[in-house]
Design a binder for this molecule. Structure first.
Ligand code: FAD
Length: 379
């Protein structure tokens, strides 16, 4: 019976659990994460407008783990040694025959004054803080909200812009429906001249046109310098903002530095090949935001991509442990339903094609998808 360890309890890790169970019903699975819970990030965009409470997006995994025969270890990983066979945590060491890393990425906090911005990517408390601050501004006559995102300068693909567009257009639609949009100025800023380029040229054109139509000012193409309590400062000028919403560039897990035999990617991620194997370790795979992978320059750091990589990692690891000579490559695919509160646009891209489909029904499809995706973990 193989002893497989999985790190994290997010999209990649849980998909890996399901796939390993499918491939090897008898494997012993140990999953290490700080809590037996999953945070469903894609719906955080609805917390500031009251569409979700926040805690609805925190999924208790106790029943899922028991159904899947998973032993959960409540701990933080601190490093890996012994070619991947030993995982170090704050509560002790764990040994394995095969390892899948799905412990996600981190957001860079190097920009001076970053404490003056709220980063939605930090999870439920950040989304609730945005909701409360907007309510407070509404009660005191409104103000200026700045929305922006940046990438990791050493690994430009390590960014997450989509949710900031969703937040921007979602808040615009919601405020119009509440009759309070006239109380607020919106400014969108990014170091890139054409933010969101990974979504494709057509998508960026559409986003920039929508910003004009919706009276959203832009401040684009200027490197960020710092935030102040009520100010965004860039190399191309500065502007005042009463609330700054910013998604920083991403980097790899904090513990990754403490991994023997691995040279991290330029952006600080675990380096993987197209089979999701971690370079430098044995029988060790990575899926999702924790890794740096070969692929097109638009390869997204997305839940959908994390799921595709987790299936590949689980298939390859179980084949390797069973000494079967099968190696699967992960498929590069960007699928994103960009929500605007009452309608949405599907952006889809793979190696051959890309398209965009705006449609009112897609807003409801995003809600239905949340239910469909989580049903396995909630029951
Ligand atoms: C606001 C927002 C909206 C988004 N919208 C979408 C969307 O619409 N569509 C889409 O496809 N993607 C979306 N994403 C991106 C998506 O959520 C991520 O790409 C996805 O969560 C990555 O999955 P993961 O499993 O790699 O990491 P995560 O989901 O971040 O999971 C990491 C896991 O590792 C655990 N962990 C962390 N540190 C340690 C440690 N030291 N030891 C052990 N465990 C640890 C964490 O607790 C967590 O359980 C969105 C992200 C945000 C922030």
């Amino acid at each position: 019976m193989h002893n497989i360890t999985i790190l994290g309890s997010g999209f990649a890790a849980l998909t890996a659990v399901k796939q390993i169970r499918k491939q090897t019903p008898s494997a012993k699975i140990t999953l290490i994460s700080p809590e037996a819970e999953m945070i469903y990030y894609p719906s955080l965009i609805w917390v500031p407008t009251g569409g979700r409470s926040g805690d609805e997006l925190r999924i208790n995994l106790t029943r899922f783990f028991s159904r899947m025969g998973v032993t959960h270890v409540r701990a933080n990983v601190t490093g890996i040694s012994n070619q991947g066979r030993t995982v170090h945590t704050n509560v002790g060491d764990y040994h394995n025959d095969g390892l899948i890393i799905g412990s996600g990425g981190r957001f860079m906090k190097k920009l001076p004054g970053i404490e003056h911005a709220i980063a939605l990517c930090e999870g439920i408390p950040a989304a609730q803080a945005i909701r409360d601050r907007i309510q407070q501004m509404r009660n005191t006559g409104g103000g200026t909200i700045a929305f922006g995102f940046a990438s990791n300068p050493n690994e430009p693909a390590a960014m997450r812009g989509g949710p900031m567009f969703e937040l921007l257009f979602g808040l615009d639609t919601w405020m119009r429906s509440e009759g309070i949009r006239n109380l607020f100025n919106f400014v969108f800023f990014a170091p890139a001249q054409r933010p969101g380029q990974r979504l494709g040229d057509k998508a960026v054109d559409r986003i920039l046109t929508l910003m004009k139509e919706k009276d959203i000012r832009t401040h684009l193409g200027h490197k960020m310098v710092r935030f102040e309590a009520n100010k965004v400062v860039t190399e191309g000028g500065e502007f005042n903002a009463d609330l700054i919403l910013f998604m920083p560039g991403m980097t790899g897990p904090a513990w990754a530095d403490n991994t023997e035999h691995v040279t991290l990617s330029a952006g600080g991620f675990l380096p993987a090949n197209e089979y999701c194997q971690v370079q430098g370790l044995e029988k060790t795979y990575v899926a999702g935001d924790a890794g740096s992978y070969p692929g097109p320059d638009w390869l997204p750091k997305q839940a959908h991509m994390a799921d595709l990589q987790a299936v590949t990692a689980a298939n390859n690891l179980t084949a390797e442990l069973a000494q079967r000579n099968v190696r699967e490559k992960f498929k590069a695919e960007l699928v994103c339903i960009m929500d605007m509160h009452n309608k949405a646009t599907l952006v889809w891209r793979d190696e051959k094609r890309s398209f965009m489909l705006p449609c009112r029904l897609l807003h409801w499809a995003k809600i239905a998808f949340e239910w469909w995706y989580l049903r396995d973990y909630r029951r």
